[in-house]
Design a protein around this ligand. Structure first.
Ligand SMILES: Nc1ncnc2c1ncn2[C@@H]1O[C@H](COP(=O)(O)OP(=O)(O)OP(=O)(O)O)[C@@H](O)[C@H]1O
Ligand SMILES: CC(C)(CO)[C@@H](O)C(=O)[O-]
Ligand code: BAL
Length: 315
């Protein structure tokens, strides 16, 4: 384990790009871990994956930026948890993080929005509706992969994610970027975007880190009441049961999905979706007979949680 070390905090994009270029000139591999902050052990596991990404010395950059454009106006941008000082302490304790990129705002705001709203709790969707001005208007879309699952209930989510990740890639110019498989569809969307747009960046998908009782770690978990958290354990339990069943031959997707929906509903969750899809294409399947992933999103109280489990009945 490395000795604790304070990372450098960089807020300006030109300074970030210059920092990154200096590290590359020193012969280092630059690895980035994009996050929205309120860091937990899941994020720290991505940092470990970044540190192990190359035999060359690795310069690790964590981005902490709550991207307004991936939230629709009805979503939880305003209540998204944050604790920058706590995040810095956790990052320092790893001893391997070199820089934190924490910009105040990464969007050019139109004339009507300049000043007061900059960086605040405002969705770019709202801005588009309110002004047809000179603000940000360029979007990256991964047209098919963004449509189902989380894309169905969060209409601007993947457009916002693909756009901000492209911007971060253009600013930091990393060699490697690490994403968690907890956000499975997001990881696949980024992989496809990188392939299609020829970003010269290796994308690493890192395994889900769970609490001891199985709950997938997530920044939003802090918003759950004790009762909601207890009920939310039904997500990981039902996924593990489905996997165990599938490996024993219960491979009918309709039955598996119905069972998960029933379990989540009976424990007080409100199901957004349960889907069983091919791992890479995210195309829904009717029968499990190859590498698939079961993806779930469900509300417990006011908190929407996602989780998934990969299954390959051939292995
Ligand atoms: N439990 C986890 N295991 C592995 N990776 C994770 C885990 N939780 C988050 N990540 C990854 O960390 C990166 C940053 O995610 P983010 O900052 O949104 O945290 P989060 O815990 O997913 O928050 P949210 O509550 O918004 O879902 C993403 O690539 C995400 O997949
Ligand atoms: C990738 C990301 C940092 C883009 O804002 C975000 O969606 C997240 O934290 O998963
Ligand atoms: N981890 C995904 C970020 C979001 O839910 O907006």
């Amino acid at each position: 384990m490395a000795a604790p070390r304070e990372p450098e905090v960089i807020r300006d994009k030109a300074a970030m790009r210059a920092w990154s270029r200096r590290r590359r000139a020193e012969g280092k591999t630059v690895a980035v871990v994009p996050t929205m902050g309120y860091l937990h052990q899941g994020h720290l596991s991505l940092i470990s994956a970044a540190a192990a990404a190359s035999a060359d010395p690795v310069a690790i950059v964590i981005t902490i930026y709550v991207n307004p454009s991936q939230f629709a106006p009805s979503e939880d941008l305003a209540t998204y948890p944050s604790d920058f000082a706590g995040d810095l302490r956790k990052l320092a304790s790893t001893g391997v993080v070199d820089a934190v990129f924490n910009p105040p705002d990464l969007y050019v705001r139109g004339a009507g929005r300049r000043g007061a709203a900059s960086g605040g709790a405002i969705s770019c969707l709202e801005e588009e509706e309110e002004e047809a001005g000179d603000g940000h208007e360029t979007w990256v879309r991964v047209e098919r992969l963004e449509k189902g699952m989380c894309g169905a209930s969060r209409p601007v989510f993947f457009r916002g994610v693909a756009t901000i990740v492209s911007k971060l890639f253009n600013i930091i110019e990393p060699d490697v970027a690490v994403f968690g498989k907890k956000d499975y569809q997001q990881w696949r969307v980024i992989c496809r975007m990188v392939r299609d747009l020829d970003f010269a960046i290796e994308i690493i998908g890192s395994e889900i880190v769970r609490e001891a009782d199985g709950l997938a770690m997530s920044s939003r978990n802090v918003l759950l009441s004790r009762e909601e958290r207890e009920k939310a354990l039904s997500i990981s339990r039902s996924l593990v049961d489905a996997r165990t069943g599938a490996l024993k031959g219960n491979t009918d997707c309709k039955q598996i999905k119905n069972k998960i929906v029933q379990t989540l509903t009976e424990t007080g969750g409100q199901v957004d979706y349960v889907e069983i899809v091919e791992q890479e294409s995210l195309v829904p399947v009717e029968q499990i007979n190859g590498p698939v992933v079961i993806c779930v999103a469900a509300w417990f109280g006011k908190v929407r949680l996602i989780d998934n489990i990969e299954i390959d009945t051939r292995s």
